[in-house]
Design a protein around this ligand. Structure first.
Ligand code: MRU
Length: 365
């Protein structure tokens, strides 16, 4: 999508053909910097430290990381080691494991000497497919926004949580893709952006990208969404997902579940937007089965921001000595989800709905 009218992607092969460049998301929104990843370790560090984040983007970065690792050693054992190392960087988003398994499975058919080049090209194909999937999610989701606009005859207010925009994918995003498509086709949309404590992906990243692309939006404190819904200020909620079960339970950034509860209580439609690579067909009980990443408590006890003089500073906000906990994701049960917007269309959040869009999974189900 655009920054000041110039089109960007979050990850691109570098000119040297032997590395990739990513947008360093730890520097946003106050600085826009590219970072070069030239090795397996670079990719693992980038994912672990959230230089890149968002389920589809970490999948693509991991695929490139595997390719970069194969330049050093391309044996079957080296592939396995690299896959395990990259998969362990972030445990919740299934896209990471999906991308690694896809590249690793194909590599077994490829000569050792060709493996690094093949893996690099395969990572590129995953990236291109991600762009196509997200654009298609955008078209299907925009139809929902167009229907709401037609029914209400005024601007449509969307609430979103975390960042499931183009910064979380290669381009377009998942939850924000319908908003970009609607915006580009002239449907008036305005987005309520949850700040998304503790890391503030909403305030820092979603606000940055909507602002840069010219989409009207307002950042709200995480606790404000329920109040806005009670007062009829939200027409629809759209969120992304890091892992969605075959039964339609949606795992996403911590706090998503509370928004779904508030949406249900106020009869506000609540959609999750996600590509096929986010569906974990092996699971049917998200609350019991999805591993939830527990992150460093410093993300809760400290905040980083810009000072009046332009410098960045990290400050402590929790009473010193108090224990903190930092679960990074939660699960919204399928019963609270109005529909799942995918690249193939909109499904009801249940096994039958998802299988009707992915009939090739019926045999395995
Ligand atoms: O911890 P993050 O920033 O990687 O979490 C991102 C999210 O929760 C997104 O909503 C999700 O990955 C969907 S991205 C299209």
């Amino acid at each position: 999508m655009n920054i000041d009218g110039k089109s960007f992607r979050t990850i691109l092969p570098a000119d040297d053909g032997a590395s990739v460049e990513v947008i360093d998301q730890t520097r946003l929104p106050f600085a826009f910097e590219l970072k070069r990843l030239a090795s397996l370790d670079d990719a693992a560090v980038a994912i672990r430290t959230m230089i890149v984040r968002g389920a589809p983007l970490i999948g693509v970065t991991a695929a490139y990381g595997l390719a970069l690792g194969l330049r050093e050693e391309a044996s079957d054992e080296a592939i396995e080691r690299a896959v395990e190392m990259l998969a362990a960087t972030r445990p919740t988003a299934i896209n990471l494991r999906w991308a690694l398994d896809r590249v690793a499975a194909k590599l077994r058919e490829v000569e050792f000497s060709e493996r690094a080049t093949f893996a690099f090209a395969e990572a590129g194909r995953i990236a291109e497919e991600d762009v196509e999937s997200c654009h298609a999610i955008g078209r299907h989701g925009a139809a929902i926004l167009a229907d709401l606009h037609q029914a209400k005859g005024r601007r449509i207010d969307v609430l979103t949580h975390c960042n499931a925009g183009w910064l979380a994918t290669v381009d377009w995003g998942t939850a924000l893709a319908p908003i970009y498509v609607a915006h580009e086709t002239g449907i008036p949309v305005h987005v309520y952006v949850d700040e998304t404590r503790p890391r503030n992906q909403g305030a820092a990243l979603t606000a940055f990208e909507l602002n840069a692309h010219g989409v009207p939006h307002t950042v709200i404190a995480d606790n404000a969404g329920g109040h806005l819904m009670q007062h009829g200020k939200v027409d629809v909620c759209i969120v992304g997902s890091d892992r969605t079960t075959a039964s339609g339970d949606v795992c996403n950034k911590i706090g998503t579940y509370l928004k779904a509860l508030a949406a249900s209580d106020n009869r506000v439609p609540f959609y999750a937007a996600l590509p096929f690579s986010t569906i974990d067909w092996t699971l049917d009980d998200g609350v019991a089965q999805i591993p939830i990443e527990e992150r460093d408590g410093r993300e809760v006890s400290h905040l980083t921001g810009r000072l009046a003089d332009g410098g960045l500073a990290t400050i402590e906000v929790v009473s010193p000595g108090s224990p903190v906990a930092n679960p990074a994701f939660d699960v919204t049960p399928a019963r609270l989800v109005t529909g799942i917007i995918t690249e193939r269309g909109v499904a009801s959040a249940d096994a039958e709905g998802l299988l009707s869009l992915y009939p090739e999974r019926r045999a395995a189900a």
